[in-house]
Design a protein around this ligand. Structure first.
Ligand code: SF4
Length: 474
């Protein structure tokens, strides 16, 4: 099947990034703390990672292409100095090429001395800010938003890093969960809409900032609270202080974090990701009953939902797909050819469980459709009598310009095809999506309102704000 631009669709979406920060008054080995924090956030980005450590008015750092344990193997972690403060980053490129030059944290020397910055999200006014900075004689080394952020923070800082961060963040549009480090401060910022998650944790006098609570748990910390939308948290020898950017008229946390991106053991804005996913299965069972012999989930993110469906419907939960634990998520490779080939390497059908059975298979989402098509074929080849695909989210009809790599309509099968056409393309006996309202219901415990832009164009602000026309139909 070919989409409106004549290209074959490809499947999967890429996560954005993960950030971690630690401010310690006790341990000097903050690099190891950051390492374990990043390890817990690996699911948010697998292309590159890095850690920067502040010590004695200096910053040491190490960045590399690959997974956290690969990059910091062979003594690389030990090359980092002891220190009081560290920030770290795992990256999947949503903007900028996948290269070491674009890996984070960004480390630079400015008006406040040595600084480092790591960013999760995507600015939508980067082009304008970049041009403004270039007119002011700035030069750029990378193509990523974070360098624009660093230069703008420096521009406004006048020796006061907190002022610089606040003034710069007032100029940013889009999504940003940021950690910034100087030799004596750790600063965390969450954009006014709260689009990407960011959480504060503590262990005795050590303070942690992380994209998800699972990273706070991994370093032995206690989750204190979410960083609030528009909050600028300053952590230094005086303690933890809050400042606020102008609040947005509403919040718009990314609902896809619950559907897919976040780890199930994380809690975002008061809502457990695991509970939200289980509830999604329950809601599907209540609203869309199907006469079938077994129900199963595509590992890992949809397994919980399948259990929820089973609970309500009484249809036995049976494992239909076995996952190769040693292969990363389908889409960790930025190369399209590798991505398509990796589905059958990643998982295989459990023939004995599904042969002759009418099967409901639940997945978190369909972006491009090719993975679903391969899964349905795999299940049929293994002897399933019927394959009914149910999706724990609505149809993805619109791109995301807020930090997820779904950046054009041509990539989205839901923007180009009806449900019936998608069902025919993936080869299922039936295909069911949930509605936006039902999806919101799964995360009703969350304290923020949601961005649902990729489903219903309910972005926090009009799409026209985006700097390029790359999201528009050709
Ligand atoms: S458009 Fe979709 S993926 Fe992007 S931030 Fe909004 S809900 Fe999340």
């Amino acid at each position: 099947m070919y989409l409106r631009d004549g290209k074959a669709p490809f499947d999967g979406m890429h996560e954005e990034c993960g950030v971690f920060g630690v401010y310690s008054t006790e341990t000097r080995d903050v690099a190891h703390t950051a390492y374990y924090g990043l390890y817990a956030l690996q699911h948010r980005g697998q292309e590159s990672c890095g850690i920067a450590v502040a010590y004695a008015n200096k910053i040491s750092y190490y960045k590399g292409m690959g997974l956290v344990p690969e990059v910091f193997a062979n003594g690389n972690l030990e090359t980092l100095s002891e220190g009081d403060i560290a920030i770290g980053h795992v990256r999947y490129s949503t903007t900028g090429a996948s290269s070491l030059l674009n890996a984070q944290p960004i480390v630079f020397t400015g008006k406040c001395g040595k600084m480092a910055l790591a960013h999760n999200g995507n600015l939508t006014n980067t082009k304008q800010l970049r041009e403004e900075l270039i007119r002011g004689d700035a030069v750029f080394q990378t193509s990523i938003d974070s360098e624009v952020m660093a230069l703008l923070i420096n521009k406004y800082s006048d020796g006061d890093i907190v002022k610089g961060v606040i003034e710069a963040c007032r100029r940013f549009k889009g999504s940003f969960s940021l950690v910034v480090m100087t030799s004596d401060k750790l600063i965390a910022v969450r954009d006014p809409y709260g689009i990407r998650p960011l959480v504060l944790g503590k262990c005795l006098d050590d303070v942690f900032i992380a994209s998800e609570t699972c990273a706070i748990d991994a370093v032995g910390g206690n989750v204190v609270r979410d960083v609030q939308p528009s909050e600028v948290l300053v952590i230094d020898s005086e303690g933890i202080h809050s400042h606020f950017l102008e609040k947005a008229e509403k919040t718009a946390s990314c609902i896809f974090e619950y559907v897919y991106f976040a780890r199930p053991d994380s809690v975002i804005d008061g809502c457990s990701v695991y509970t939200a996913r289980k509830e999604a299965g329950r809601i599907l069972a209540k609203h869309y009953p199907i006469d079938a012999d077994i129900v199963s989930g595509v590992p890992d993110s949809a397994v919980v939902a399948a259990r929820g469906y089973s609970e309500i419907s009484g249809i036995p939960y049976v494992e239909a797909l076995a996952k190769n634990r040693y292969v990363g998520r389908t889409f960790i490779q930025p190369d399209q050819h590798m991505r398509e080939d990796s589905v059958s390497v990643k998982m295989n059908a459990l023939r004995a469980n599904i042969r002759g059975k009418r099967l409901i298979i639940i997945d978190d989402s369909i972006v491009r459709g090719t993975t679903s098509r391969k899964i349905v074929k795999m299940l049929r080849d293994a002897g399933a009598k019927e394959v009914h695909m149910m999706i724990c989210s609505p149809i993805v009809r619109h791109p995301c310009h807020l930090g997820i790599d779904m950046q054009s309509y041509s990539q989205l099968i839901g923007a180009n095809r009806s449900v019936e056409e998608i069902c025919a393309y993936i080869g299922a006996d039936s295909l069911t999506y949930m509605t936006v309202e039902q999806l919101k219901e799964t995360c009703r415990a969350a304290k923020l309102q949601f961005c649902t832009g990729c489903f219903d164009a309910g972005y926090p602000y009009p799409m026209d704000d985006y700097e390029t026309d790359k999201h528009k139909f050709e």
